[in-house]
Unconditional design. Structure first.
Length: 282
């Protein structure tokens, strides 16, 4: 039974990836971000299945060593994020980026970083006009830090002791530097040479959840996601955080945002039934 359940989950992840690619990868696109994680394997498979006539003019941008390997193995053209063309003094935007997620809330905020690729994942998502998340339904949650209890945080190793202290002051319960075991003794080291801290917090509220007298700034352990994210990224020594929050690419265009978008415009979930559920921005 367990084997059958696992096979069904993999089948549903594959179905979600194929549908996401069908819906959001247009033949006119030139630059495509490819994320990290188990579901992204199926995203690359879906692209490859469309054939060279479809993807031949596309260039694919990885988020780390795993996605570099996937792109190379599939025979797709690859370039690093910092190597894409500059037009009019600005690096060209990626047309779309596909990536997985560790947890997705009702407002399409994400936790990412379970695979320790969060910094480059965020860089690629932020460089894309549109970002699409693909996962299985176990990653769905009403609020972040409900199923995936800890926020991955990429830190300068030198700063880790002070960052851990500050996280505890902010209400994180037993934050810790992630171990590299079983594959590596010592700390988990990212592709950027940084360490990963996993910081548990109580479930993160949306702004609409705040009641009278609550400001979401951590009092009594109550954090609103945007306020926590803004506070975390200001801590010296933190390179990047695994919260993808704020607004998506479509919203950025409509509101003339200067800051880059981080949230997906849609998330595709493989269900235990083998069907695909699509969650889109309101």
């Amino acid at each position: 039974m367990a084997t059958n359940a696992a096979a069904l989950i993999e089948s549903s992840k594959k179905a979600a990836a194929y549908q996401a690619v069908d819906d959001y990868l247009l033949p006119t696109y030139k630059y495509v971000g490819i994320g990290s994680g188990s579901t992204v394997v199926y995203v690359v498979d879906a692209i490859k299945a469309k054939g060279p006539a479809f993807y031949g003019d596309m260039t694919f941008i990885p988020t780390g060593s795993q996605s570099k390997g996937l792109i190379t193995k599939a025979g797709l053209r690859m370039t690093n994020l910092d190597e894409r063309p500059v037009v009019g003094g600005k690096a060209v935007a990626l047309d779309v980026a596909f990536d997985g997620a560790d947890e997705v809330d009702d407002d399409l905020n994400l936790i990412k970083g379970g695979g320790a690729c969060l910094f480059q994942e965020k860089l690629v998502a932020a460089a894309a006009k549109r970002f699409v998340a693909v996962a299985d339904s176990r990653k769905q949650s009403p609020r972040l830090c409900t199923k995936w209890k800890a926020i991955p945080i990429e830190v300068l190793p030198l700063a880790a002791p002070d960052v851990l202290t500050k996280l505890q002051d902010m209400g994180s319960t037993n934050p810790a530097v992630r171990s590299g075991l079983p594959s590596k003794a010592g700390e988990c080291v990212s592709d950027n040479g940084m360490w990963i801290i996993d910081a548990p917090f109580s479930s993160l509220l949306l702004s609409k959840d705040l009641k009278d007298g609550q400001d979401g700034t951590g009092k009594d352990g109550v954090w609103e996601i945007n306020k926590l994210a803004d506070a975390l990224i200001k801590i010296p020594g933190i390179v990047e955080i695994g919260l993808f929050y704020g607004f998506n690419g479509d919203e950025a265009v409509k509101s003339n945002q200067i800051l880059p978008a981080q949230k997906p415009i849609a998330a595709y979930f493989g269900l235990p039934t083998g069907e695909v559920q699509v969650q889109k921005a309101a």
